[in-house]
Design a protein around this ligand. Structure first.
Ligand SMILES: Cc1cc2nc3c(=O)[nH]c(=O)nc-3n(C[C@H](O)[C@H](O)[C@H](O)COP(=O)(O)OP(=O)(O)OC[C@H]3O[C@@H](n4cnc5c(N)ncnc54)[C@H](O)[C@@H]3O)c2cc1C
Length: 328
């Protein structure tokens, strides 16, 4: 155990208080929990059985232990050295409640399940979620979007668990949600989200979802482990176009490659390390910067020791006019 943590935390009492209330593991490899299939061990990993167990865990977890909320790991790059803190897998927060056009959904509900159930209820506004492989909590943390829709379009409010164990409600309009950005309180977790949707015929909603899925499978390397778009699109351009123009499509480092099919995807060809992926990220940033002056900002969340490689600020809202020319 990390000696500094043990000393500051006053021993393992906090662990005994929570480990029986869900799935508890130590030194849990993170590769199976991320869609890139890379990443070393989490010092502690906990999947609370329910919402109350999660709240208790956060209350008991010493403040000097870093917390990392985990959805489906579809936008997360964990270092090979792992994460020295507590990973909280929220997949048991999986309740959906429909009340006419207002839907409240737990953070651990898969976005695709949410989208399908909305279609069954004749509710439109979140069709794109059928094609994004994350949970609702992860979708909110990223303000996920595609096909000219994003989470913030229909989000009404969220319920957030703060690091001291208290719960607050935050209205979407106060969250400064822009392109792949949201202002959440530090070290907080989204517990649930409430969306306000419109009505439409279920068949028409399903048809839009089908067409989005088929467009995605024809343009993206979905058969290999990846994390979707690695970089945000800079204002007025596409990261994929810039990387391709820099001659980097297909570049391989170790077991990772800039996809031949879509240059804003990095794929794990089977034996990639996180370091291989970061090397490709840095190479793409350096080449694009040298050739165009544009600084590509990672969309993938780098966690643990790499957290400061990820910083925001370069990208604004994605211009509507750019949607749909094959680089999305
Ligand atoms: C094939 C593929 C296609 C993709 N296409 C798209 C796309 O079209 N559009 C798009 O926007 N994204 C896309 N992505 C990226 C990814 O699916 C989204 O960003 C998604 O919203 C991440 O959800 P997740 O549950 O996997 O989050 P994770 O990867 O588990 O986490 C992402 C970040 O959110 C934080 N987080 C997770 N849950 C919570 C919570 N409950 N409270 C607070 N913070 C939380 C994590 O700590 C982390 O910082 C794609 C990924 C893949 C693999």
């Amino acid at each position: 155990m990390n000696a500094a943590v043990k000393q500051l935390s006053g021993g393992d009492d906090w662990i005994s208080a929570i480990r029986e209330t869900g799935v508890w593991r130590e030194h849990e490899p993170m590769a199976p929990h991320t869609t890139l299939a890379v990443g070393g061990p989490a010092r502690w990993f906990f999947r609370p059985a329910d919402r109350e167990s999660l709240i208790t865990a956060v209350k008991h977890c010493p403040v000097d232990v870093a917390i990392l909320p985990l959805g489906r790991g579809s936008n997360m790059l964990v270092p090979d050295t792992g994460f020295d803190g507590l990973v909280l897998d929220l997949s048991e927060l999986n309740v959906l409640q429909f009340d006419a056009c207002v839907v409240t959904v737990g953070a651990g509900v898969r976005m695709s399940r949410f989208a399908r159930q909305c279609a069954d209820h004749g509710l439109t506004g979140c069709e794109f979620m059928a094609t994004v492989p994350g949970d609702v909590g992860g979708g909110i943390a990223m303000n996920a979007g595609c096909f000219a829709q994003q989470v913030s379009d229909t989000l009404s409010h969220i319920e957030v668990l703060l690091r001291d164990g208290s719960i607050i409600r935050l209205d979407a309009m106060d969250l400064n949600m822009t392109y792949r950005h949201i202002d959440l309180p530090a070290q907080s977790l989204v517990l649930s989200a409430t969306f306000s949707l419109q009505t439409d015929h279920p068949d028409q909603i399903r048809e839009r979802m089908r067409s989005m899925r088929s467009r995605r499978s024809s343009t993206q390397p979905l058969a290999q482990p990846n994390c979707g778009s690695v970089f945000k699109n800079p204002d007025g351009d596409y990261a994929a176009r810039l990387i391709e123009a820099a001659g980097l499509k297909g570049l391989r480092i170790g077991g990772a490659r800039i996809s031949d099919q879509h240059a804003n995807f990095i794929v794990n060809e089977g034996d990639a390390s996180s370091a291989d992926i970061v090397a490709l990220i840095k190479r793409a940033q350096a080449e694009v910067k040298q050739q165009t002056g544009i600084e590509l900002e990672p969309e993938v969340r780098m966690v643990g020791e790499w957290a400061d490689l990820w910083s925001e600020g370069q990208c604004g809202d994605q211009p509507e006019a750019l949607a749909g020319d094959g680089y999305e």
